[in-house]
Design a protein around this ligand. Structure first.
Ligand SMILES: *Cc1c(COP(=O)(O)O)cnc(C)c1O
Length: 492
């Protein structure tokens, strides 16, 4: 499938003197502009702006929008990112003027509807997670991690237990885990994975002691595998006085099936921009709600949204036990509205279906492709799984310098109109290719993707040069990665 190829820059379309507007004569007398401070006046005209007529500009941006790839354009199996379809009703709800018109500093009595929505989302997440209370203030998953770790730190500090400066993080963790822990001032202690990709309990045991603040775990982990030893791990960490942190960025397959709170976790974050359908990518707005078990609620950041049963009103409270503020106001409110619409659309019956279908779709692709791509960890996966490049018989041998790499497979997928999976993550394998189809894709789309992946494996065998040159039909050909990082404006 070829998409329209369009790539001139608006500067290249510029023609001196061409205009897209005609303004009336400036009605202001000269003396008004002469009042402007001279240092603010442009000294050396003309400006270096493109000059173009309106039609050229309209065509330019309309054609350029066709160069974007999004969930609404095609299949986007970007592992760990949960690029599911974002129902348009959520966008409509978030755009309601009653929501978009609220000033963030408006007083609580004048935004009761917004606070009610906030409260219902935080309560629903608490129910889904099996925890006591949530805050929706953090702006992203990593921000949620930092907030959750600050809750853990505050908990130890309030008990006067100041020696707990270390946090245990599995070697398979998402990079944000150690980064957030470091920002929180904690020292990272790495625990190894076993050959089946889960946390190695025997490696964990000697790491535990009176200096451990807690342990971060991702479940399903970044290999898409359910961590079966959680009860045992939680018992060991709790016995040594630490708290259990759940990275719930990828909660999708767990929805309505099992709950972190029931597994023994004390603190967690959820990504609304993944599991709860908010569109994301390109660094767009996110939301990383943080939940805690009973006894830790007061440490959640200020302001907190509470329902006052006596006055029947919603209130904003700041309490002295809290770890402080982590965001201006109440977080990314538009994202919270989208999550609310999504939760209500799915309802209690629909939520568990979403998780189960995401697992079914991932396992379907995995089973159909494992005779072509190397599956380092076999068996049932959750919503995503990892291939370690092509099988050697299709040119994927790691030891041969001329092998076909994961990068080449990923680039070739673009020619067929699919977004590439997440590549070279997790770091546990050389040629990681992390595939997450999500529940929103039809069997026809999954089959089309499977066919193309098989076709690419055969191309690797018979036309390796074509793969090395891919992509062939995208608006921008293969980038010089090093140059792109160092010199962004010349990378294409
Ligand atoms: C995406 C992700 C994060 C980080 O979320 P951001 O919103 O990108 O900061 C953390 N952990 C896991 C497992 C993730 O997949």
């Amino acid at each position: 499938m070829n998409r329209t190829v369009y790539s001139p820059l608006i500067f290249e379309l510029s023609k001196a003197g061409r205009k897209g507007y005609s303004l009336p004569q400036n009605p202001c007398p000269d003396y008004q502009t002469s009042q402007l401070p001279t240092e603010l006046l442009r000294q050396n005209a003309p400006t270096r702006l493109p000059e173009a007529d309106e039609l050229t500009v309209a065509r330019h941006y309309t054609n350029m929008s066709g160069n974007n790839f999004g969930v609404d354009t095609g299949f986007y199996p970007l592992g760990s990112c949960t690029m599911k379809y974002n129902p348009k009703i959520n966008e409509e709800m978030a755009a309601l003027p009653g929501f978009t018109g609220i000033h963030p500093a408006q007083d609580a009595p004048y935004m009761q509807g917004a606070l009610k929505l906030y409260d219902e989302v935080q309560r629903t997440l608490a129910e889904v997670a099996g925890l006591s209370r949530f805050t929706l203030n953090p702006f992203a998953g990593a921000h949620g991690e930092l907030t959750g770790l600050m809750v853990i730190r505050t908990y130890h500090e309030k008990r006067g237990d100041l020696q707990r400066t270390k946090i245990i993080v599995p070697d398979s963790a998402h990079g944000t885990n150690p980064a957030s822990a470091a920002v929180c001032g904690l020292q990272i202690v790495q625990v190894k994975s076993t050959a089946d990709g889960t946390v190695d309990v025997e490696d964990l045991k000697p790491l535990l002691g009176p200096d451990i603040a807690g342990m971060m775990m991702t479940n399903p982990n970044t290999l898409g595998i359910f961590e079966r030893q959680i009860p045992e791990i939680a018992r060991l960490v709790h016995e040594c006085g630490g708290l259990m942190y759940y990275d719930g960025a990828n909660l999708n397959p767990m929805l309505g099936v099992c709950r972190p709170g029931d597994m023994g976790f004390d603190v967690m974050h959820i990504n609304l921009h993944k599991t709860f359908s908010t569109p994301h990518g390109g660094g767009g707005p996110g939301s990383g709600p943080v939940g805690v078990r009973a006894g830790l609620e007061d440490y959640l950041p200020n302001p907190q949204v509470h329902f006052n049963a006596e006055t029947q009103r919603y209130e904003l409270r700041c309490n002295g036990e809290a770890l402080g503020h982590v965001s201006a106001f109440l977080g990314n409110f538009g994202i919270i509205v989208r999550a609310y619409a999504y939760l209500l659309t799915l309802g209690k019956e629909g939520i568990p279906m979403a998780g189960k279908l995401s697992v079914l779709n991932a396992n379907y692709i995995k089973e159909c492709l494992k005779d072509y791509y190397c599956l380092p960890i076999d068996g049932l996966c959750k919503h995503e799984f990892v291939f370690d490049g092509l099988l050697p018989q299709y040119g994927g041998s790691h030891t041969d310098a001329s092998h076909i790499t994961t990068l080449e497979v990923a680039k070739r997928l673009l020619d067929y109109g699919f977004h590439a999976p997440t590549i070279y993550f997790p770091l546990l394998f050389h040629e990681s290719m992390m595939i997450e189809p999500t529940e929103t894709e039809s069997k026809e789309t999954l089959d089309a993707f499977i066919d193309v992946m098989k076709k690419i494996a055969k191309e690797a065998l018979h036309h390796p040069e074509m793969l090395r040159q891919a992509p062939h039909s995208t608006p921008v050909r293969r980038l010089d990665d090093v140059k792109a990082v160092k010199d962004a404006k010349f990378s294409f």
